[in-house]
Design a protein around this ligand. Structure first.
Ligand SMILES: [Fe+2]
Length: 435
């Protein structure tokens, strides 16, 4: 189903392939769960999913450590916590009242005499809230893996950790905090890979987003006086009307484990104007040279395959939560830079509203494309999905491969990682792109 420069349509449409993906990709890779700033106090929790498993990320009341627990009672399998977030003394099942500590330990069973003389033991692992085998965090970003063995989180993140670093380093205090909780969710009637591929698909903005992009270009060229600052809305939307050359020049990099990013020296954020007070705060914290380095780190989307996309320059992430072969939840989260004026957060929120939200000027274009792709791929008359663009132009570098921005390199790289996971190869890597 996976060839070097094309894939079979079944990778998007076959429920059996989806089942295997949940086991072999989502059951092995490090999956983004949440951010430490969402659970600052003991007992604070959020609920989400890890592949198909409902999980609770909670700050344990005793140890104050963050734990990721299976959100399932050890008795009859009832989902314990249905709130999206909150603070809990512990978790009590609403069916038969089994209660658990925030470290997952079974603390009490009502009318327990009924178990006298049986093999029931309150300490048995099967009665506890199952710990997800591995949990770790990087700069406050919490990931979990259902596999007990495999590369550590930092090794898995590889070069993508510099994108996470850059998001945090854009704060003079070197840290970010989630604003609210998840800021919006799309349920898309399409496969999760449609979304993950779209993130760095530079051949689509000038077509799929042409109405919005061109209207903004026209507005800026006719209504904004030369030399005047553009309205913030125009600054955000204008790059989505960028030319093929603009996106080609941005370039892209493919990394091991299916990760990739566009940009580096230039991106859609290169021409953002940052408030003077912010530059002053940053310069006080880091000095002029380091400040320049941080703000010129211009990556567009960085994809941490398969679950996370980071836009460090606007402190926004998107998170993939697959539901079925033809259904995916896409979340957008926004972050506040610690220690900066609120006008920076206003920019982040504006970006999210204009580009990512369900009612935004850009996101629904993409959603329509995913929906139509899923519909078209249902046909058995043509089996192949093509990724040949610039397939003879990859440049091998020390850490991966590079190409022009509009190359299909990212997709080819993702499917080599996909193939490695799905065939149980030991460590998926970018090297397979040539195979
Ligand atoms: Fe798009």
């Amino acid at each position: 189903m996976v060839q070097p420069d094309r894939v079979h349509r079944r990778v998007y449409t076959d429920p059996e392939v989806f089942d295997l993906e949940m086991k072999r990709i989502w059951g092995r890779a490090w999956i983004f769960i949440g951010h430490e700033s969402m659970v600052p106090e003991p007992g604070d929790f959020i609920t989400t999913t890890l592949g198909r498993d409902p999980v609770i990320m909670v700050r344990d009341r005793r140890s104050r450590e963050i734990r990721v627990l299976l959100n399932r009672c050890g008795h009859r399998g009832v989902k314990l916590e249905v709130r999206s977030h909150g603070n809990a003394r512990g978790f009590r099942c609403l069916y038969h009242g089994w209660s658990y500590r925030t470290n997952g330990q079974l603390a009490g069973v009502p009318h327990a005499v009924g178990y006298d003389g049986t093999s029931f033991d309150i300490k048995k692992p099967c009665y506890q809230l199952t710990h997800i085998p591995r949990t770790d965090s990087y700069r406050g970003f919490v990931f979990a893996s259902l596999a007990a063995e495999g590369p550590g989180l930092e090794e898995f993140l590889g070069d993508t950790k510099h994108t996470i670093d850059n998001m945090a380093d854009r704060s003079p205090e070197g840290r970010v905090e989630v604003v609210g909780k998840v800021s919006n969710r799309f349920v898309q009637p399409a496969n999760w890979k449609n979304f993950i591929e779209n993130l760095n698909d530079a051949m689509h903005p000038m077509v799929a987003h042409s109405a919005t992009g061109q209207a903004t270009q026209t507005f800026v060229s006719t209504c904004c006086k030369e030399g005047d600052p553009r309205p913030p809305e125009a600054e955000v939307i204008q790059p989505f009307g960028g030319s093929y050359q603009f996106f080609d020049d941005m370039g892209q990099t493919a990394l091991p484990h299916g990760h990739n990013y566009m940009g580096g020296h230039t991106s859609i954020f290169s021409h953002y104007d940052w408030p003077e007070s912010y530059i002053a705060d940053m310069t006080r914290a880091y000095g002029a040279a380091r400040t320049k380095e941080i703000l010129q780190f211009n990556r567009h989307n960085t994809t941490v395959y398969p679950s996370l996309a980071v836009r460090d320059a606007v402190q926004s992430i998107r998170v993939v939560r697959p539901v079925a072969h033809n259904e995916t939840i896409i979340e957008t989260w926004v972050f506040r830079l610690a220690g900066v004026p609120d006008d920076m957060l206003a920019k982040t929120l504006l970006y999210s509203r204009l580009i990512n939200a369900p009612g935004s000027m850009v996101g629904p274009d993409d959603l329509d494309c995913y929906l139509r792709m899923q519909q078209g791929l249902g046909s058995e008359r043509n089996d192949w999905v093509d990724f040949k663009r610039f397939s003879t132009a990859d440049r091998v570098t020390e850490g991966g491969k590079e190409s022009l921005g509009t190359s299909d390199l990212a997709f080819r790289n993702q499917y080599q990682a996909w193939l490695a996971y799905m065939t149980d190869a030991e460590t998926p890597s970018a090297e397979g792109t040539d195979a």
